[in-house]
Design a protein around this ligand. Structure first.
Ligand SMILES: Nc1ncnc2c1ncn2[C@@H]1O[C@H](COP(=O)(O)OP(=O)(O)OP(=O)(O)O)[C@@H](O)[C@H]1O
Length: 201
């Protein structure tokens, strides 16, 4: 169970949001919405433990989640909208970079986003939507329960969005949790919406 209690974020000198509270149980999904600048990315970074909250608390199974940042990092995968892809490496080597992975695991992860036939292509040759899919294939390499996704479907074609939605459904069926910020329609059945335009000062 992930629980946010009255979280607030300050970026620069500005209070971006305050009093953001929610609970997310195993299998749950939370959709962050709100206009540009409402603080969706700021909240995701905070939930990922990348920036501290200005106020409030984040709990994991009733314990302070941010007390032990390395432990919190093992609970989640964060796919931000900067794709963090090394253009000089092949598609497969981009996935094997952080930890040694077997070729079979890498190809299986690429297959979740229909990129396996591009495994040996330099990543710089991918289109922007394919780069996005490569970033999203990292989800399949992790067993972390919490997926934090910033604009996951930007630049994706309709078939890729549907494939991603199926991946989301599988993750949730196995007890995983999803928090996604998006401006685009995303089919996350039973998800809860959190509108950050109502959480400003
Ligand atoms: N590093 C930073 N330093 C100062 N201000 C920042 C920083 N990052 C973000 N901000 C400000 O924080 C506010 C919230 O930004 P954030 O990126 O969280 O919004 P968002 O809801 O994700 O927007 P978008 O829909 O455009 O992606 C904005 O006013 C932005 O200018």
């Amino acid at each position: 169970m992930l629980e946010a209690r009255s979280l607030a974020a300050i970026r620069g000198e500005r209070l971006v949001f305050r009093d953001v509270s929610f609970r997310l149980a195993a299998g749950g999904a939370l959709l962050l919405v709100g206009p540009n600048g409402a603080g969706k990315s700021s909240l995701i970074r905070l939930l990922a433990g990348l920036t501290p909250p200005a106020a409030g608390a984040l709990l994991w199974d009733d314990q302070d989640a941010l007390d032990d940042p390395p432990l919190h990092a093992t609970r989640l995968v964060f796919v931000g909208h900067m794709d963090a892809i090394k253009p000089g490496l092949t598609v497969a080597d981009n996935l094997g970079l952080a930890r040694r992975r077997s070729r079979a695991d890498i190809v299986a992860a690429l297959a979740t986003v229909d990129l396996e036939r591009f495994a040996d292509l330099p990543a710089r040759l991918l289109s922007s939507g394919q780069r996005r899919r490569l970033a999203l294939s990292r989800l399949a390499l992790s067993s972390a329960p919490l997926w934090l996704l910033d604009e996951p479907t930007t630049g994706l074609d309709a078939a890729s969005v549907r494939r991603l939605e199926a991946n989301f459904a599988r993750h949730r069926a196995g007890g995983g949790m999803i928090i996604a910020a998006t401006h685009l329609p995303l089919d996350l059945p039973g998800s809860v919406g959190l509108d950050l335009s109502r959480a400003g000062s």
